[in-house]
Design a protein around this ligand. Sequence first.
Ligand SMILES: Cc1cc2nc3c(=O)[nH]c(=O)nc-3n(C[C@H](O)[C@H](O)[C@H](O)COP(=O)(O)OP(=O)(O)OC[C@H]3O[C@@H](n4cnc5c(N)ncnc54)[C@H](O)[C@@H]3O)c2cc1C
Length: 486
Amino acid sequence: MDPIATVDVREVTFDETVDVVVVGLGVAGSSAVLGAVEAGADVVGIERAAGGGGTSALSGGLIYLGGGTELQRACGFTDTPGNMVAFLRAALGPGVDENRLTAYCEGSAGHFDWLVRNGVPFKAKFCEEPNRESADDAGLLFSGGEDSYPFDEVATPVPRGHKPQWTDSAGGFLMERLGAAVDTSGARVLTDAGARSLVVDDGEVVGVVVTGDGGDRTVRARGGVVLAMGGFIHNDTMVAEFCPAAHRPNPAWRIGTPNDDGRGIRLGVGAGAAIVRMETFECALPLGPPHRMARGILVNQRGERFINEDTYTGRIGLCALTEQDGQVFMITDDVIHERNPIGLRIGFAAEGPDELARDLGLPAETFARTVGEYNAAAARGEDPRFHKRPPFLQPIGVPPASGIGAVDLRVDRDAIYATFTLGGLATDVDAAACREDGTSVAGLYAVGRTAASLAAHNYASGISLGDGSFFGRRAGHHAARRAKGA
Ligand SMILES: Cc1cc2nc3c(=O)[nH]c(=O)nc-3n(C[C@H](O)[C@H](O)[C@H](O)COP(=O)(O)OP(=O)(O)OC[C@H]3O[C@@H](n4cnc5c(N)ncnc54)[C@H](O)[C@@H]3O)c2cc1C
């Protein structure tokens, strides 16, 4: 990765001076703008595209919140910050930053109220279908495997996927609402304006050089520059260097916009910030909706199961890709399998396990044993190996099914392992960028996917919009306070 060199303050003439400059107006940057404005700062937001939104506007809109939000209570669920901490520590780890996690979970219910105050409505309706945005405008669902093994043994299962009140994918609606809040906040927004370099004065970040239609513009920031420029899934060189397992030619794999090009991370490193957990990425391999399809089983090249199929799709995808080389099949039958909106089809059909193993190129004896043992335990309502829950236990390939079949989920075929990067600039709990030695780079903040945040190894749907908006707002507050103290 090539860091982007900073420009010395003595080499520039500032065109304007404000308290806080926010670069990138996705969920993290918009929240940083709103946070800085509410803390009394004079703010400029800079966006390379024609308007704000970024990848956030393409997303499902799930925001991971809990600890007893008003929406959770209205839907009849009891949650506490401690319960949320216990789940996220297990689900996002190993290696979750405890300070950051505690701040997030303790502030989560208040953050929900803040989103509502900024014009984002939520409907008090629970959606039974987990793991992705609801097909209707229901506001709350399980989005990280909270109610499946092993997490159901670590914390009391509570849904925390909060979806703004919009039918189906709500990311566009979320960003429309946050964008409207930014527009009326008093902050000034420059669009079609890309951040080119950071300006430093004796190691402190004091401004940014922006390139737009009218040429270069240099903006001084008294309190700080917040980098909120997305991740690096569209930077081939960086993905190959840091996340080789996610480096695939199929563009359908890349979840993001072309502006997720790693520039924010390169700017931060050029100013002295460290990078952390650059190898981490989210990788979703959905088996539904409907979630009932998780009554099938997943097998690897050895013809063995490797995970409980009812768990979170991101956990399945990461495990399938990195531990099973992406060589997996879903074994199912014509009773279990249903027409589904993500287009999973039974590509192989056979009379029994032996014939299916031959078709799939799996070791027949092992595969037949896998299916036989699973079916015997499922008939008793048990899954001693992987703890899939009883509603998803059903013998496969037995009457009334007409045979047994497989959905091809191999990575080199048509299956989509939807991926975006999670590593980025090192930051503290106020989103201030940090050097290798843990000291902060004065005047520099990083949020959203430009920073490494809550997801230390694994992921739960909604964490990205959740930590982006939460720590974005916090960065805005901190930079605004710094401007006043400076
Ligand atoms: C299909 C899909 C579904 C998803 N569903 C969910 C979900 O339900 N929940 C969830 O939490 N996450 C979801 N994600 C992931 C999530 O959308 C992203 O991780 C998150 O939106 C990142 O937010 P951000 O603010 O960091 O980046 P972005 O929203 O991408 O914002 C970054 C902004 O910076 C701008 N920018 C980049 N470079 C420059 C520059 N040089 N100068 C100025 N501006 C620049 C970009 O144009 C962009 O507007 C989904 C993603 C996709 C694609």
